[in-house]
Design a binder for this molecule. Structure first.
Ligand code: GDP
Ligand code: CA
Length: 348
């Protein structure tokens, strides 16, 4: 069967880089069994979203949009290229808090458009489509669709130790934990406010149900993919879809590559290893709530393969560093081969 619909559940940077490679692989015909005009639907995490200076900011949606639309700052990995920071400097001169979140001048325009549309009554899905008309439609036509996981307000908060409070704990927004505190203190718990009562955004459940392939890219398993899986009906859709579901480990060589997957995994009691993350997602065939058929780990984690297979998942070890689009497309190809058998050259 030819794969013509691929759905990817994405966070920000890791997801966006994977998507670049996936799209490169589709365009160059290097993905086994994938139609040259295959369409990709991205379901993006929105639990990192925040309001700041009266503006609605959606870091993961924007990272995917700017990356695929070639507007991303490649060195930082977030925000706009050729950015300037006049508004931020002016706000600081007024002493307006918070000062720790980097809002660039170009980027602010995106947030102004988004906030205006939300204020006018449009949903986040509608707003995202409108923003993508600038960034994605000219490059990909109908080939790439970006959906927020939900239109509802969902926010990840992190509990950290604070001796000055009666409880000895304090809860901060995920962005404050990550950007201001630089994830330097242990995350004692992760609480995703509003998640259980949220509704999948229009198209999200269908994108999973009607897909020919679903991919969990190497995004943060707790605060990116974990939150998407927590939206009611998403996990059920993954368990029910006829499409194979395959994931790629964000843990390489026993640790995170960038970001803070290690702190987040520790906070939910999952060992920081490629095998443990795959088993945390779980197998659709043997587990009660597992979502995967296959799990790719990096070459350096080849010792994890047996344990993942014992958990009911197809598993292989291949290079998983997204150093350029060709390397990343090869990862996508290996993921497809793992769960479809297409393109398998050897006896495996
Ligand atoms: P965020 O929302 O910007 O934090 O991005 P994601 O959640 O999409 O991705 C973050 C994850 O990507 C981190 O946990 C990293 O370990 C992982 N990551 C980043 N670069 C690479 C890479 O080259 N290879 C792999 N396997 N994982 C990566
Ligand atoms: Ca994120």
């Amino acid at each position: 069967m030819s794969i013509s619909q691929i759905t990817v559940l994405s966070g920000g940077m890791g997801g966006a880089r994977f998507l670049q490679g996936l799209l490169h692989g589709i365009a160059s015909g290097s993905l086994p069994g994938v139609a040259p005009d295959a369409r990709v639907t991205v379901v993006a995490n929105t639990a990192d979203d925040l309001w700041m200076h009266g503006l609605k900011i959606c870091p993961d949606l924007d990272t995917v949009m700017y990356t695929l639309g070639d507007g991303i700052d490649l060195d930082r990995g977030w925000g706009r290229r050729d950015e300037s920071w006049s508004v931020k400097d002016e706000l600081a001169a007024y002493g307006v808090e918070p000062t720790w979140f980097g809002l660039g001048d170009r980027d602010i325009a995106t947030h102004v458009v988004r906030t205006q549309m939300l204020d006018a009554g449009y949903s986040l899905s509608d707003v995202t489509t409108a923003l993508c008309n600038r960034w994605l439609a000219p490059r990909y036509g109908e080939g790439v669709r970006l959906l927020p996981m939900t239109d509802d307000r969902v926010e990840t908060h992190v509990a950290i130790a604070d001796e000055t409070t009666p409880s000895g704990r304090r809860v901060v927004h995920f962005q404050e934990y990550w950007v201001r505190l630089r994830a330097a203190v242990p995350a004692e718990a992760v609480v995703v406010v509003g998640l259980e009562s949220s509704t999948p955004a229009p198209g999200v459940v269908d994108a999973i149900t009607d897909a020919d392939l679903v991919v969990l890219p190497p995004s943060n398993p707790v605060v990116s993919v974990g939150t998407i899986l927590g939206v009611p009906r998403v996990r059920e859709a993954l368990r029910a879809t006829r499409a194979p579901v395959v994931g790629l480990s964000p843990i390489v060589g026993g640790t995170h590559v960038r970001g803070m997957a290690h702190q987040m995994l520790t906070s939910i009691g999952v060992e920081v290893s490629a095998g443990a993350v795959g088993l945390h997602y779980g197998s659709r065939s043997t587990g009660d709530d597992g979502v995967l058929d296959g799990w790719l780990v990096d070459d350096r984690d080849a010792d994890q393969v047996d344990r993942v297979r014992a958990g009911g998942l197809a598993c292989a070890a291949v290079p998983l560093m997204m150093s350029d689009v060709d390397a990343t497309a090869a990862m996508a190809a290996a993921a497809i081969t793992l769960v479809t058998g297409a393109g398998a050259g050897g006896d495996e």
